[in-house]
Design a protein around this ligand. Structure first.
Ligand SMILES: *Cc1c(COP(=O)(O)O)cnc(C)c1O
Length: 375
């Protein structure tokens, strides 16, 4: 068995830059506050890891987390804000269990990449579904236009993924097919740009790409959806349980919700909100895609330019073997997490909200030097 080394007596700051597809980088000020809170929360004198979820402190934390989410995303009053567990993957089956009643037409799914493909596989374990679009024949190099989707009238919902984290595809503006009940997995781009929440019936995103540590999943749910939930679901898998108990039915991920709250404060007070975050994200993505285009003789980036993701840029060296050499050289220079998803290989630069422009500049300079000397 491999043993993990013990942490040093003195805390270290990270000395590697994290370009990983997930879990993503978090703001350093948030990490410092989380570190302090593990020893003792300033307002309770107890470690956050030992705080009771039945305490007034936790009630106030939940209230602030919900308030900040509502403020940052301008969530309309008829949406419920839930903090759940099980990751985004549990939503893949909870959604059809709750929102695709057996007496209605099957829901429609857009399969535009790895994660929407997983949502299709898991939904099919619960109910028959319709594939409204399948990009696999084009190796997921582009997204559909809404007009290309074969959507029947009166569907219980249409499901899609706003940012395909593995392939690096993102809808250029946040939108949903008109007149449909749209459910969207925004795990890798929620809070990265302004969205119109009311265009959707449900939005969900786990925390570990843009929002905090793994273990908490944020769901924004139009309360009108609650009326159609069939009776008899196990309580943990029924959205109404979590609405009724205000995300405090069984022991919630207190630490995850605490860090998520710190991230929302950072986003509001330091960054200046979601529109300001989008400007920074645009600048980071423009730097990386500019390089990929400039070195297109050496680098292959398969995604259609209009569907390129601000969050995840995927590419590979045209010359065989160079991807691996690049990864090794980058790791030696303190640049980590650049390997493509295990299902695809190649390279991927993930630029989540907390990744600084300086980190992107460091990587861009490194990549540029590497291409010029090696490729
Ligand atoms: C990473 C990712 C997931 C997987 O989420 P888990 O919390 O690990 O279940 C789902 N959807 C998208 C879009 C992702 O990027």
């Amino acid at each position: 068995m491999r043993r993990l080394p013990l942490p040093p007596a003195q805390p270290l700051s990270a000395n590697q830059l994290n370009f990983s597809g997930g879990p993503g980088v978090l703001p350093e000020c948030v990490l410092a506050q989380a570190q302090q809170a593990i020893m003792a929360l300033p307002d309770t004198g107890l470690s956050v890891l030992g705080m009771s979820h039945r305490s007034a402190w936790f009630e106030a934390l939940l209230e602030e987390a919900e308030h900040n989410v509502r403020e940052l995303l301008r969530v309309p009053a008829h949406f419920k804000v839930l903090f759940l567990q099980g990751g985004s993957s549990l939503q893949f089956s909870m959604i059809p269990m709750n929102l695709a009643p057996a007496n209605r037409a099957p829901p429609a799914y857009v399969q535009s990449g790895y994660w929407s493909g997983r949502s299709v596989l898991e939904a099919r374990c619960v109910r028959p579904i319709e594939l409204a679009w399948d990009g696999s024949a084009q190796q997921y190099s582009r997204l559909p236009d809404w007009s290309e989707l074969a959507l029947a009238a009166d569907l219980p919902y249409t499901h899609f993924v706003s940012n395909e984290t593995v392939e690096g595809l993102q809808w250029p503006v946040s939108s949903a097919p008109a007149g449909q009940t749209s459910i969207v997995d925004m795990s890798s781009d929620l809070f990265a740009r302004p969205i119109d929440v009311s265009a959707y019936a449900m939005i969900y995103a786990h925390a570990q790409k843009n929002l905090g540590p793994a273990g908490v999943t944020l769901c924004l749910l139009d309360e009108r959806l609650l009326e159609e939930i069939p009776a008899g679901l196990p309580p943990m898998l029924d959205y109404r349980t979590h609405v009724l108990h205000r995300s405090n039915y069984n022991t919630p991920p207190v630490f995850g919700i605490y860090v998520l709250t710190l991230v929302t404060r950072w986003l509001r007070d330091t960054v200046g909100g979601v529109a300001a975050m989008q400007r920074l994200n645009h600048a980071k993505a423009a730097r990386i895609y500019g390089l990929l285009d400039g070195f297109s003789a050496q680098l292959n980036s398969p995604v259609e330019p209009r569907h390129r993701s601000m969050m995840n840029a995927c590419f590979s060296f045209r010359q065989p073997g160079l991807d691996q050499r690049f990864l090794a050289a980058a790791a030696a220079a303190g640049l980590t997490g650049l390997a493509g998803h295990r299902s695809r290989g190649g390279l991927r630069v993930s630029m989540y909200n907390a990744l600084s422009i300086a980190a992107v500049e460091t990587l861009a300079d490194f990549l540029s030097d590497f291409v010029q000397t090696q490729a």
